[in-house]
Write a protein that binds this ligand. Structure first.
Ligand SMILES: NC(=O)c1ccc[n+]([C@@H]2O[C@H](COP(=O)([O-])OP(=O)(O)OC[C@H]3O[C@@H](n4cnc5c(N)ncnc54)[C@H](O)[C@@H]3O)[C@@H](O)[C@H]2O)c1
Length: 276
């Protein structure tokens, strides 16, 4: 029996990358899914490919009013909501070959503009707050449910070149614990996943930034730069995949995880064992 049979879910930022991988695994386990993404067209295509009545819609999950309308509409179309996956984040920066720094707002605190700080907190932490806030009444109406939020290993370790992103992801872990205690009486569980190194559009941008800014990488292909980072940094010696994250998200959202709440789990091949 599929672990998420009869369940419904919203996956934010699910048009591609980790979100699409999680949606694929959760649909395989029986869930019907509404994919929210800035890129509404790709969200629709990704959802249709799941082939089980899942659907996609355009939504900027950093904007509270937009999110509430989208969550209400999706819950109505799904016939209720059991699971929220807060995944959208970090991915707004375009892959721009003219940039000379990593995309996604890298740079240390002394060099960072306040606007960049605010933007990254909004993209990576406010998104989790506003979508959870909009989903809670629907999860309560169902008599319980699960929230799974995607943080990052950057939220667990010192990240001097990505301080705003790292602070936002540490905030996602903290918010997860607060939600878990606040909502335990409603039968709603909240957990976070900290992915390690995954070859998605986000890392393509980072590797392109490294190519531009690190002389030793000037002639290297971004994918090879990524594989070099994996080789040096991951004790298990391999990159993580969106499906790896999806397997854990599906487990945490299912009844098999019914006594797990307020936790974060790294899916990182051991990266943080060396850096914690
Ligand atoms: N790739 C990695 O190695 C890695 C590691 C740790 C954590 N993460 C986290 O995983 C999540 C997914 O990252 P990814 O690597 O799949 O990135 P990605 O850029 O490949 O995909 C992100 C998706 O989210 C959407 N999105 C971004 N902001 C949005 C918003 N405000 N509203 C709606 N949709 C939005 C984008 O359009 C895109 O489809 C992010 O929260 C990221 O911080 C990624």
């Amino acid at each position: 029996m599929a672990t998420l049979a009869e369940k419904t879910a919203i996956v934010t930022g699910g048009a591609r990358g980790i979100g699409a991988g999680m949606a694929t695994v959760m649909a395989r386990e029986g869930a019907r899914i509404a994919i929210f993404d800035l890129d509404g067209e790709t969200a629709k295509q990704t959802a249709e490919a799941l082939g089980n009545g899942s659907f996609g819609l355009a939504c900027d999950v950093a904007v509270g009013t937009e999110v509430k309308a989208a969550v209400d509409a999706a819950a109505a179309q799904l016939g209720g909501l059991d699971i929220l996956v807060n995944n959208a984040g970090a991915g707004r920066a375009p892959l721009d070959p003219t940039v000379t720094r990593p995309t996604g707002g890298g740079g240390n605190v002394a060099d960072m503009e306040q606007d960049s700080w605010d933007e990254q907190l909004s993209q990576n932490l406010r998104t989790t707050f506003v979508t959870s806030k909009a989903a809670i009444p629907h999860l309560r109406a169902r008599g319980g449910g699960a929230i799974v939020s995607i943080a990052s290993i950057a939220g667990l370790i010192a990240s001097p070149t990505l301080p705003a992103y790292a602070a936002a992801k540490a905030g996602v872990i903290s918010l997860t614990k607060s939600l878990a205690l606040d909502l335990a009486g409603d039968g709603i569980r909240a957990n976070a996943i900290c992915p390690g190194f995954l070859w998605t559009r986000a890392w393509e941008g980072l590797a392109t930034g490294l190519k531009m800014s690190v002389p030793a990488y000037r002639d290297a292909d971004p994918r090879d730069i990524f594989l070099e980072v994996v080789k040096r940094g991951v004790p298990l010696g391999r990159e993580q995949t969106p499906e790896d994250i999806g397997e854990l998200a599906a487990f945490l959202a299912s009844d098999a995880g019914r006594n797990i709440t307020g936790q974060w789990i790294a899916v990182d091949g051991g990266i943080t064992l060396r850096q914690a």
